[in-house]
Ligand binder design. Structure first.
Ligand code: PLP
Length: 287
């Protein structure tokens, strides 16, 4: 008998089990999961796993897709249909399906629920336990690889939602030294008091924005001084101008940071000119 998966209210053959391509778990890692050990067809440590599931969901403001009681029934039914007594039960709950946008979808979007059950060979795992296992060490870097354009975007999605709730369009991440790294989906720039364009250097843990790189060249060609040097949020407030860059935002003037105006609180001439230059260059060189 083949494996059976549970997907959003339906039990389906494992090979036919699919989620939507714009599921936020797939697009943003905007999802949580739990895994129960299964002994003689029964879920181990139920209280601990349910409590952690509720906590994880709560931390992400994802509603419990159903009551604990209902979920227990569904999990047990998945186990029963798979006819597995010794194994693992995997549950994933994502924020659901929505048009791709970092910020949360409209309230009421139903979470997606997926359950799979897999068999464990207890004899083999006991044999392994009897021998013991090896480990290796690795630097703690979860998640210290913002240079990779990965879909592991949960922190970015949470930051974007924070921005949206504050009536802002973008959130700037600030590192442990109090320096701006980049935006949730863009690179961050200022035009400082000396008229120098500043954006974070790529030695920092940031995405190497393609728009950022093109703009460094374009700005220098336009006779502007560019320094890949970090700035603080306070320096942004004291700057003449600020802006963000990205394939989505292009070159977008920033007029407020944390509710306070940058410069005179209107788009500045440098950002406005760079936006025009960037769009002109992009149009002329697009393939
Ligand atoms: N930084 C982050 C975290 C991003 O997600 C993006 C774009 O999505 C950028 C920067 C800007 O990169 P690009 O100019 O290549 O679009």
């Amino acid at each position: 008998m083949g494996r059976i998966a549970y997907v959003n209210g339906r039990f389906v053959p494992h090979g036919d089990a699919v989620v939507h391509i714009e599921d936020r778990g797939y697009q943003f890692a905007d999802a949580v999961y739990e895994v129960w050990a299964l002994f003689d067809g029964r879920l181990a440590d139920p209280e601990g796993h349910f409590a952690r599931l509720e906590r994880s969901l709560g931390e992400l403001s994802i509603p419990m897709p159903m009551s604990r009681k209902a979920l227990t029934l569904v999990l047990k039914e998945a186990v029963r249909r798979n006819r597995i007594r010794e194994g693992l039960v995997y549950l994933q709950v994502s924020r659901g399906v929505a048009i791709r946008d970092h910020a949360f979808p409209t309230p009421g979007t139903p979470p997606s629920v997926v359950i799979t059950v897999s068999r464990v060979d207890r004899a083999a795992s006991e044999a392994r336990a009897a021998k013991g296992v090896a480990v290796v060490t690795t630097p703690e870097n979860r998640w210290g690889r913002c240079d990779i354009k990965t879909v592991g975007l949960l922190p970015n999605a949470l930051a974007k939602q924070k921005a949206r709730q504050a009536g802002a369009v973008e959130a700037w991440f600030v590192d442990e030294l109090g320096l701006v790294t980049e935006g949730a989906s863009s690179n961050a720039w200022i035009v400082d008091g000396d008229g120098i364009l500043r954006t974070r250097d790529t030695n920092a843990n940031i995405l190497r924005g393609v728009t950022r790189l093109s703009l460094v060249t374009l700005a220098r060609e336009a006779g502007l001084k560019v320094e890949e040097r970090p700035f603080t949020p306070q320096e942004a407030l004291e700057a003449r101008e600020a802006f963000i860059t990205g394939a989505g935002s292009l070159v977008l003037p920033v007029v407020k940071v944390d509710g306070k105006p940058v410069g005179d609180g209107t788009p500045g001439p440098v950002a406005t000119k760079l936006r025009r230059l960037y769009i002109e260059r992009a149009k002329a060189t697009s393939v």
